[in-house]
Design a protein around this ligand. Sequence first.
Ligand SMILES: [Zn+2]
Length: 389
Amino acid sequence: MYKQCSKCLYDTNHPFGLSIYHNECSGCSTHLEKYSINWNQKEEELRSIVKEVKKKSRTYDCIVPVIGDAEDYYVLLKTIELGLNPLVICVNDYFKNDIGWHNLHQLITYFDVDSIVFNPDIRVYKDLVRTSLRKYEHILLPFLTLHTSFPIHIAKDRKIPLIIWGQHQAIEQVGKFSHHDKVQMSAWSRKEHDLFGIDTNTLIGNGAQVQERDLNYYQYPSISKLESSGIKGIYLSNYMKWDPLKQNTQMIKFGFMPQHNTSSFDIYERAGSSVYYQFHDLLKYKRVGYRKIRDHLVREIRHGRITKIEAQQLEIQYNNSQVDVHQFFHWLDMSKSGIEWFILHKLQGFENLLGDHQMTNIELPKKLDSLCKGGKNQKNDFIIFGKGI
Ligand SMILES: [Zn+2]
């Protein structure tokens, strides 16, 4: 039965699945754990994992998979503070703008870490984006598929015992598990939460000819191989009191550059992407019925920086923010008539959101406003390779 949470903006249609008891959603009730958990004890648990890893590792202690946004800075900072020697891995999604490449480069040089940037075969990658757009109205699935499997292959091949992720999205958003469950990375969780229940073989099996090297990387290593290699993947948000916006503002001092966008006040999450707050956000709206702004507003309601009523008003305003789709279609090498066809048939009812009208005069509550200042504007979108990386 359809229900809405009385505290936040989510309802039972949330794509991760959400339950509501006594008018409060599982996301809001799991969030409350953050105020009762003994975080010192959690840190001890984390330190004992580190100790075990240190015994096993021969080269790198762990892998930190990154995109290059503010949360990656935070995770890498914590990893180094824990005394771990990380290998940073980034899968090129070919959607970065100049800010995105700056942030990735700065992350690697500032923290002085070894890194691998994996550039998938771009012709195949674009084919998969095309298939994913057609079948699932999603353009990030090929990237998310690689981002959540390529690092695991490297861990297996190089015998690196630990993979460190930042937040577990399904815990943060809908409280799917308790922090106490200490959920770890798994093939099931990847498919269910990172890939929205979609089996990536349905992308690959549909016309795109994927070379053997890449094919392997698009698929998650088999459970038996992982178990025998003893690789663990943990989420730091289970061991530390997670407050993304507050954490992310602190990353500017390490050279992280926040990016202004017109679809949200959050200038840190996925800063540096040419599509995240543009076409991707529009497709999310069409697919699940709300835009990224709702996730950000819910997070801020829970952290007490905005009231539900203020959030509802802001969501209405941000929902009108227009997005550019043409640059993406050019990136995809779509013809003019193809673009027109797509807009006419697939973006019906969303025509008013296509364009470059900038939202102005959006006023944020003070507590929130003070954390969202200083976003820069990108100069160039869709830079497929970063210089010097
Ligand atoms: Zn709620």
